[in-house]
Design a protein around this ligand. Structure first.
Ligand code: C2E
Ligand code: MG
Ligand code: MG
Length: 482
């Protein structure tokens, strides 16, 4: 033994203690490598490979025991916004916090994996009522994400789109289950995000189209496939057209006209909405300036701004520059944004809205009542207009006397000194009701569909002249007096 022990031992020979340490180190190293091979380093969640492993086991077990299981595909909505505008450090920290909150929603035997980027996958084995259990969890997750996240002084709101595929109905193999959950997730995105859907067979076609949609949107700007139509907004007291909302139309060379609600969600995900948005602002302003130069009565133009656009650093200065290029006064420009857009990063967005207000540009909250609908923050915002979502004005509701929401919104707007526009007015009965509760403005098919610019200028020519300062009296007849 003497040779092996003591000072004389060469470095070739390590004592037993050393061997043990060596083994431990190797073990730790192996474990680390193992962990790294099967986990996502940022969130420490299982990765794609481990999820596939577990899914394969779960499928076998489900087959054997005649059980159900669900695969959920989660994609955070507009996460790219946060990464692009606040930086990757904050994005990463947010992803970690989100993964912790998601983990709190699941059971012990479930697997939550990060698929990369802002995508998570959930495996729910051994479900008693496949559909019901899965929707319960999806709702739980949606609710859990409603509370804000706090990252380095930013209050951030996150929502997610969830697609669900069930074994055995929607697939019996790993790949078909994952793919179908992904397809269902894209459907949620396409329908305005923030929610969940189960896969169904009819969903496959739009999925293929989705891929060509992205490249299509890219081309559309270069090829001039976009145009704007304008929908009149009527002052309910005077009956005059006081504004128009610019609405985007896409004439696809093969698919024909594609509705903005179908492609804007995808343009937001890919970030293309920023370029499209500037195109819209420029063209709407150009149109308004043509109407003004032609001596038509002064009206306001309302432009929809997506959450993604609002996060852009240069958005405010760019809008102001466009406004000046076309020699427009700020009071003629209203920007329509949704509640959710404000909530995504409230402080920085309020700052931007203030700056716009300093240039007399007004801000309207679009689809009011459908978002986070926390009324408490309203007085903090530099806004001038509420646009009541058309679901609250449904005829069936009005006829049934189910008017609480719309009454409340109008009363509240008055209390706060805000202008209020009712959207989607289609019938005389709705109009009468709105007049009764003294809603200030309305917009809808009853007054006019979204129209090409030359039709709008014709309408404006027929308007009784609304020279600034001279309010039209009730004796003046206008189109919209019924
Ligand atoms: P929105 O801003 O709430 O626009 C109102 C939508 O309601 C328009 O749909 C309009 O055509 C429709 N509408 C108006 N009156 C009536 C009515 O009486 N009855 C019914 N049933 N519908 C009516 P559209 O043009 O399909 O636009 C859908 C959404 O797409 C818009 O909702 C807006 O969120 C978005 N969008 C449109 N243009 C743009 C744009 O330039 N930029 C951005 N970011 N979003 C846009
Ligand atoms: Mg709008
Ligand atoms: Mg709306």
């Amino acid at each position: 033994m003497g040779m092996y022990s003591g000072e004389g031992a060469t470095s070739n020979y390590t004592g037993t203690y050393g061997v043990a340490r060596d083994v431990t180190e190797r073990k730790v190293a192996e474990e680390t490598i193992n962990f790294q091979a099967y986990h996502d380093l940022l969130t420490k969640l299982p990765n794609r490979a481990l999820l596939r492993d577990r899914l394969s086991m779960a499928i076998n077990q489900a087959k054997r025991d005649d059980e159900k299981l669900a695969v959920m595909f989660l994609d955070l909505d507009r996460f790219k916004n946060i990464n692009d505008s606040l930086g990757h450090m904050i994005g990463d920290e947010l992803l970690q916090q989100v993964s912790i909150r998601l983990k709190e929603c699941i059971r012990a035997g479930d697997t939550l994996a990060r698929f990369g980027g802002d995508e998570f996958t959930l495996l729910l084995p051994k479900l008693k009522n496949g559909r019901r259990d899965a929707s319960k969890l999806a709702e739980k997750i949606t609710n859990a994400l409603k509370q804000p996240f706090y990252v380095e002084g930013h209050e951030l709101y996150v929502s997610t789109s969830i697609g669900i595929a069930l074994y055995p109905n929607d697939g019996m193999q790993i790949d078909s289950l994952i793919k179908h959950a992904d397809v269902a997730m894209y459907h949620v995105k396409g329908q305005g995000k923030n929610g969940y859907q189960f896969y169904s067979n009819e969903m496959n076609v739009p999925y293929i189209e989705k891929l060509s949609l992205d490249t299509g949107i890219h081309r559309a700007l270069d090829n001039n496939e976009f145009n704007l139509v304008y929908q009149p907004q009527i002052n309910l007291r005077t009956g005059e057209i006081v504004g128009v909302e610019a609405l985007l139309r896409w004439e696809h060379p093969e698919h024909g006209s594609i509705s903005p609600s179908e492609f804007i969600p995808f343009a937001e995900e890919s970030g293309l909405i920023v370029d499209i948005g500037y195109w819209v602002i420029k063209n709407a302003c150009a149109e308004l300036s043509r109407w003004r130069l032609a001596g038509l009565p002064e009206i306001r133009i309302s432009i929809n701004i997506s959450a993604r656009q609002l996060m852009e650093d240069g958005i405010v200065s760019n809008i102001i520059e466009i406004m000046k290029d076309y020699d427009l006064p700020g009071r003629c420009i209203e920007l329509e944004i949704t509640e959710n857009a404000i909530m995504s990063d409230m402080d920085s967005i309020i700052r931007k809205l203030r700056e716009l207000s300093e240039h007399d540009i007004t801000i309207a909250i679009d689809d009011f009542g459908t978002g986070y609908s926390s009324l408490s923050y309203l007085h903090k915002l530099p806004i001038q207009t509420l646009k009541i979502d058309r679901t609250f004005l449904k005829e069936s509701r009005i006829n049934k006397g189910d008017n609480t929401i719309i009454n409340t919104i109008v009363a509240m707007a008055k209390g706060l000194g805000l202008n209020v526009i009712a959207e989607g007015v289609e019938s005389q009965a709705q109009l009468e009701y709105l007049r009764e509760i003294e809603c200030s403005e309305a917009q809808g098919f009853l007054f006019g569909k979204p129209l090409p610019p030359d039709v709008i200028s014709q309408l404006l020519i027929q308007e009784p002249s609304a020279t600034p300062g001279s309010q039209s009296s009730s004796s003046k007849s206008t189109h919209w007096h019924h």
